[in-house]
Design a protein around this ligand. Structure first.
Ligand SMILES: NC(=O)c1ccc[n+]([C@@H]2O[C@H](COP(=O)([O-])OP(=O)(O)OC[C@H]3O[C@@H](n4cnc5c(N)ncnc54)[C@H](OP(=O)(O)O)[C@@H]3O)[C@@H](O)[C@H]2O)c1
Length: 350
């Protein structure tokens, strides 16, 4: 019988730490992304969210990722509350800024990464988080109206003033990465990477490797789609109900891939989510990338399942079997709705 997740392995788990790229801080081998505790994936239980953050810290996770626009500040306030009484110096806070929101549900109005806006955004973030500095500060998307040098220059000024420690990027392509790095060393690029989102392997990942820039990979479970828990009737009308991969015939094709992955996971004796996360870790190693997966767990049981992936050592043969079950480009549908892809510098051929 295959365990839902190997509790015994989790209890024995020793968290590893690594430097994020050549220019970044020392971080845990897996980070926790807290977005889903405030936004995008439907209602979340506040007490369970805080308990999940505490459990992550207790298990050695030190990298926590948020965005000032996740729940319009809700996510930062939640993190601030969870961090009360904890040792701030042992945590690396990664914060994204720049997305412009409105009061309506799912209302977005582009991006603002002008230097004055950056200073305004961070003033609010520091207050909401209840901290004196942010470890890694990054524009969530490239603002098409502002040269990347201006935005990076503004963050570099914040570093000189002690409000920020490192510069990060998010969902930008190779050309922008090079321009940013020419101005200031970049700790990491945050970008989607999973068994069914492998585009970065072509140009973006090699560019980061060449420049010594780390990668914090999000969507390693493709927002739950390849977690092994998503079913045809799981749709609750959140972000995922508008995401192409979760719709109609695309969903059927993608869930059929998950069943193929489940067969491999069962043979290894781990869960689907664990094999998907372990594959990202194994693949990063073969590509010599400094990569840290960000896990989007909102509950302690999901967190434990995800962290169990750290105890999974995939052999080259097992990696081959996983890639046969889910070949590159096998997923049906794009990773974001068209309107959002249009904002993504990482999706442009550079
Ligand atoms: N830079 C960017 O553009 C960007 C974009 C998106 C996210 N991010 C960051 O990356 C973080 C992770 O992204 P993500 O939430 O899309 O990642 P993900 O790990 O692919 O998806 C997380 C969702 O998968 C479901 N899930 C099922 N089994 C799980 C398990 N064992 N462990 C964890 N989740 C499981 C959960 O949904 P249910 O709780 O509904 O079951 C959870 O909310 C975010 O929190 C955010 O900080 C960055």
């Amino acid at each position: 019988m295959v365990l839902e997740y190997p509790v015994d392995l989790i209890q024995e788990l020793h968290m590893n730490y690594q430097q994020l790229g050549s220019h970044g801080p020392q971080v845990s081998a897996i980070g926790l992304g807290t977005m889903g505790m405030s936004d995008m994936y439907g209602p979340a239980d506040r007490a369970e969210s805080i308990a999940t953050i505490h459990a992550a810290l207790d298990r050695g996770v030190t990298l926590l990722d948020t965005g000032d626009f996740y729940g319009m500040g809700h996510n930062e306030m939640l993190l601030g509350e969870a961090l009360k009484g904890r040792n701030r110096e042992k945590v690396q806070l990664s914060v994204k800024f720049g997305a412009l929101r409105g009061p309506g549900p799912g209302e977005f109005h582009g991006y603002d990464s002008r230097p004055a806006a950056v200073r305004n955004f961070i003033a609010y973030s520091l207050k909401r988080l209840g901290v004196e500095y942010i470890d890694i500060y990054r524009p969530s998307r490239l603002d098409p109206n502002v040269p990347i040098e201006d935005t990076i220059g503004a963050i570099a000024d914040l570093i000189k003033q002690g409000y920020v420690r490192y510069v990060g990027l998010s969902e930008v392509g190779a050309k922008t990465i090079r321009r940013a790095q020419a101005l200031h060393p970049i700790a990491d690029l945050q970008i989607e990477y999973s068994l069914i989102s492998r585009d970065i392997e072509r140009e973006i990942l090699p560019t980061c490797r060449e420049l010594g820039i780390g990668i914090t990979a999000y969507g390693v479970l493709s927002r739950g789609l390849i977690s092994g828990h998503w079913q045809t009737n799981s749709d609750k009308g959140d972000f995922r109900s508008r995401a192409p991969r979760f719709q109609g015939a695309n969903l059927d094709t993608n869930l059929a891939l998950v069943e193929r992955l489940r067969a491999v996971a069962n043979a290894i004796g781990v869960s689907v989510a664990q094999v998907a996360i372990a594959w990202v870790i194994a693949r990063a190693a073969t590509q010599q990338a400094s990569l840290v997966p960000l896990i989007g767990a909102r509950r302690r049981d999901r967190l434990d399942e995800s962290l169990g992936a750290l105890a999974v050592r995939l052999s080259p043969e097992q990696v081959r079997e996983i890639e046969q079950a889910v070949p590159p480009d096998a997923a049906a549908g794009q990773r974001y709705p068209e309107a959002q892809l249009a904002h993504m510098d990482s999706e442009r051929r550079q």
